[in-house]
Write a protein that binds this ligand. Structure first.
Ligand code: ADP
Ligand code: ZN
Length: 728
């Protein structure tokens, strides 16, 4: 190293167009500065915060005077292994490094937001510890919900040290945090000995600890006890001084599951983007300093700065929410596998209905399969019945929404003091509003999408962009009165069921009734405590829930998702039905599933109900192979969007022609108007590229991106989606 040369730091900033900008490091700062540090730099007239991604002594570019790094933020350093992952992701998903880092590190961390810390105490349920009479007295006045320590002292009339002793005895939990986000601990403490199947899975993964990379598909039917496998392994990893990362889908992050982990592990954080900036900064620092053993979170938890990850678990790995649908468009599960490979540690992908990608990788021998087929808590897989709604409509002599069989089932279930869940994957009262006089359908002004009627507040909403308006009295087109609604959503379903079954207490769980995690937790808790007989909801009810008293599951419009023009429609329908069916009969009483479909012979429906996983996957893989869709071959999607329809079309056509010239073996579909041609005030064109080789695909993109300034000048944005999920 030539120390006569200046030290230059390449700093990734949160702006698109370039990976990093170079700055000179002065002699005062040089000794402390490392790659991964958060620094303040001048940018134009402003100051910005960014991360050092390279640091070396080199000759500055001729004729340019580099500006200096202004300062370094104390205590914020991305671990080298995390930076490696981020680099990989930025290259693969065609995203600027700075943009990816900005998405990976909470803004509050970059900006040094401080959160006020306070200590909270919560009583642990089912305490079996030996306590003195006085301690029992104090415990009795402590709530299960966390309470500020000072408030707890005055309530119990004791000193802080008394409470600390209670915590030390294992009867209560004291946490230092900023605000209260703890979930109430309701479920019984889980300490079962593993079954033979579970033990085999644990042993197989444990054989890779501490530092052998392998990918495991933990295929376990719903209720087979995957969680226990994760917990046993987590315990081993934590005991060896390393940390565990558990990724869950958005809806899977239920309070029930979090509570189970909290009972067993003390140093746990729930990583969720809904937390306040202060809380997120605090969590980040707690994790970075090694004060946390287990991070549970949605896809973004992948970027938690764990100092020494020892195991990664992706539960419900098939879930679509692992894919981010805005920039950076990464797939959390796929990145988890990459990360584990880079770290040289095992990763477990758990599911009762694996994604076709994972299933394919397992079949090819790239992933090791671990199987759980039994339900240790008892409970058999449910009996399934399919109701042909065409026959039902003929029988009822009208457009039937709910079958007699489902109504009878709900009645029987209620009479027996049991509970039911009914799924309909569409919220609101009704998805279509049209004029009886002129026949026009009401659409969103910003999107070419039908508005959904919500009766609760007499409003029409666009489920895509969030636009809303009051339900008009007259048709906006012809001025006649007489708007009618068509189709059914969860709001109407809940209403209809409550009216049709006398005395049936119905609650609804969807994005409209569940405004936040607390509300969700409260609803689930009250259902578990028996406050309602029937839970109606969207796919939110399909995942991760474990209610032993649920014996009936109904699925309304089971095949409606199959009409969507998307190569994953069959897979999605299969997974949804199989998952929600698994909610029935988790306890002692056997379960029943009643499925309403207009096409009961649809393979995805039939195979899901018969639990014929292998047949479905074989069938589906053959289709994917025939048409060259993933997991057979890679897929890229390009979307052009802009305010002027004609310009968007022209730019897309030009780019399409340029691409066609370099295609080789790849197949270009389009460009053409997107499935949703007008969204949020922007016109959209799209194209799909199917390639056998990813390297080739990346070369196309390199070419395309060279002409980026030209598109920009014409007001068109090009979006690149690598391994896309949304193809509309
Ligand atoms: P999954 O996530 O695979 O659907 P869970 O982990 O929720 O299943 O487990 C289902 C039920 O089985 C839970 O109530 C759990 O407490 C119970 N369970 C899991 N493992 C065991 C075991 N080894 N012995 C007894 N009960 C168990
Ligand atoms: Zn809209």
């Amino acid at each position: 190293m030539d120390i006569s040369l200046p030290l230059i730091a390449d700093v990734a900033l949160d702006r698109s167009g370039r990976d990093a900008y170079s700055y000179r490091v002065n002699d005062d700062l040089a000794p402390q500065l490392r790659v991964g540090d958060c620094v303040t730099v001048p940018f134009g007239p402003r100051r910005e915060r960014g991360f050092v991604v390279a640091l070396e002594r080199r000759a500055p570019p001729p004729g340019i005077t580099l500006k200096e790094v202004l300062g370094r933020q104390d205590g914020v350093r991305l671990p080298a292994h995390l930076l490696d992952l981020i680099r990989w992701a930025a290259a693969y998903y065609r995203c600027d490094l700075g943009t990816l880092i900005a998405a990976a590190v909470p803004t509050a961390v970059r900006q040094g937001t401080k959160a006020r810390r306070e200590r909270f105490i919560a009583r642990l349920p089912h305490c079996e510890q030996k306590l003195t009479a006085r301690q029992r007295e104090i415990l009795a006045v402590l709530p299960l919900e966390p309470l500020a320590l000072a408030a707890a002292c005055s309530r119990a009339g004791c000193h802080v040290s008394t409470l600390e002793r209670l915590a030390a005895a294992g009867a209560a939990l004291i946490r230092e945090t900023t605000t209260v986000r703890e979930v109430r601990l309701t479920a019984a403490v889980e300490r079962f000995p593993p079954t033979a199947e579970q033990q085999a899975a644990i042993t197989a993964v444990a054989a890779c600890l501490p530092d052998q990379h392998a990918v495991f598909l933990l295929y376990g039917v719903t209720g087979s006890g995957k969680t226990l496998v994760y917990m046993e392994l987590a315990e081993q990893v934590i005991a060896s001084g390393r940390q565990v990362l558990l990724l869950l889908p958005e809806i899977g992050l239920t309070p029930q599951l979090a509570a189970r982990f909290r009972q067993r592990f003390a140093r746990v954080v729930i990583w969720h983007s809904a937390f306040s900036q202060g809380e997120r900064a605090l969590q980040w620092h707690q994790v970075a300093t090694g004060a946390v053993d287990l991070v549970i979170g949605t896809r973004s938890a992948l970027f938690a700065p764990l100092p020494r990850p020892g195991l990664i678990v992706v539960d419900e790995e098939h879930d679509q929410s692992f894919k981010q649908d805005s920039e950076p468009r990464y797939q959390g599960r796929d990145l988890a596998v990459v990360y584990a490979r880079q770290l040289g540690i095992p990763v477990i992908l758990g599911s009762a209905t694996p994604s076709l990608e994972t299933y394919h990788n397992a079949r090819q021998g790239r992933y090791q399969v671990l199987t759980l087929l039994k339900r240790p808590a008892g409970g058999r897989l449910p009996q399934a019945r399919v109701i042909d709604m065409r026959t039902e409509c003929r029988r009822q002599g009208r457009q039937a929404l709910i079958s007699q069989a489902l109504l009878d089932g709900l009645k029987t279930c209620q009479a027996a003091g049991q509970q039911s869940i009914v799924l309909l994957n569409r919220r609101g009262w009704s998805p279509v509003v049209s004029c009886l006089a002129c026949g026009v359908q009401l659409h969103c002004e910003h999107c070419d999408i039908s508005l959904t009627y919500h009766r609760q507040d007499e409003r029409l909403r666009c489920h895509y962009c969030g636009y809303e308006r009051t339900m008009p009295q007259h048709c906006p087109t012809c001025g006649e009165t007489g708007l009618s609604t068509r189709g059914i959503g969860t709001e109407q379903l809940a209403d209809t069921l409550a009216a049709a079954v006398p005395g049936l207490r119905v609650i609804r769980v969807d994005a409209d009734t569940v405004a936040n995690r607390q509300a969700h937790a409260a609803l689930l808790r009250s259902f578990a405590e028996g406050s309602a007989d029937c839970m109606v909801g969207t796919q939110m009810v399909a995942k991760g829930l474990d209610f032993p008293r649920v014996t009936l599951v109904g699925i309304v419009g089971a095949d409606q998702g199959l009409g969507v023009p998307d190569f994953r429609a069959g897979e999605r329908t299969f997974q949804l039905i199989a998952q929600v069916a698994g909610r029935a009969g988790r306890g002692q009483d056997p379960g029943t599933v009643i499925v309403q479909a207009f096409d009961p012979q649809a393979l995805a429906v039939r195979y899901a109900l018969d639990q014929r996983l292998k047949s479905f996957y074989t069938h589906e893989l053959a289709i994917r192979q025939r048409y060259g869709y993933p997991p057979h071959g890679g897929l890229l999607r390009l979307v052009w969007r802009g305010p002027e329809a004609a310009i968007v079309a022209a730019v897309a056509e030009e780019d399409g022609a340029a691409l066609r010239g370099v295609l080789d073996d790849a197949i270009l579909l389009g460009p053409g108007p997107a499935g949703m041609p007008f969204l949020q005030g922007q016109h959209r064109w799209h194209a799909l590229i199917k390639t056998a080789s990813r390297g080739l695909a990346q070369r196309f993109l390199d070419r395309l991106l060279k002409t980026e300034p030209k598109r920009k000048r014409r007001g068109v944005t090009l979006i690149i989606d690598v391994d896309p999920y949304a193809i509309q």
